[in-house]
Design a protein around this ligand. Structure first.
Ligand code: RB5
Length: 192
């Protein structure tokens, strides 16, 4: 029995196995031997991060993400006290790159500064979206792994639609794949 990795409420009583989280995947099984083949469960983790201006929208997005069946990994900030948006853009990018989250939703006043910070990391494609259409296309064409929203410019209901579209849309692949690969190329300029 491998019950020590989860509180009692997380144990599966009929099997005596534990609900264990490894990386961003939840499964029933033993942390030493891996998932039970017949009881594999997974809950995708979505990271959320915001500065003080984005904080109220982040709270709403976390609620939406949970309602859609994802686990929300809240990286802060946790109130409206003034903070620096790059710190939270970096935190979200790192959570996606190190596998703690599959995707992230980030918010600042405009969505601009926090997405600029997140996009400093190769492999991160943070898309500043203003509605469900841009969110959907950021997944379909650009394989965006972070949705950036501006709390001072995008209404709550529009933001809810955007996060739903973002999480529901797969990458289109095909002609888009080589273009996305080019985004991730590091470019350097010759000194003139
Ligand atoms: C904070 O006042 C504001 O500058 C920030 O939230 C964001 O809009 C920056 O891009």
């Amino acid at each position: 029995m491998c019950l020590r990795f989860g509180p009692q409420s997380q144990c599966a009583p009929t099997t005596g196995r534990a609900l264990v989280r490894r990386c961003h995947i939840w499964y029933v099984g033993c942390p030493e031997t891996g998932p039970d083949k017949t009881h594999t469960m997974s809950k995708t983790v979505i990271a959320l991060a915001a500065d003080h201006a984005g904080f109220p929208l982040k709270e709403i997005m976390a609620e939406e993400v949970r309602a859609l069946g994802y686990e929300a990994l809240d990286l802060g900030t946790h109130d409206t006290a003034s903070v620096d948006y790059p710190d939270f853009g970096h935190a979200a990018a790192e959570a996606v790159l190190d596998g703690r989250a599959e995707k992230a939703v980030i918010c600042c006043g405009t969505g601009l500064g926090i997405s600029m910070a997140a996009n400093k990391y190769p492999g991160i494609r943070a898309a500043l979206c203003h509605d469900a259409t841009t969110a959907r296309l950021s997944r379909e064409h650009n394989d965006a792994n972070i949705l950036a929203l501006g709390a001072r410019v995008t209404g709550t209901e529009v933001a809810r639609d955007a996060v739903r579209a973002f999480l529901a849309t797969p990458f289109g692949g095909a002609r888009h794949a080589p273009r996305v690969a080019k985004i991730d190329q590091i470019r350097t300029r010759e000194a003139v």
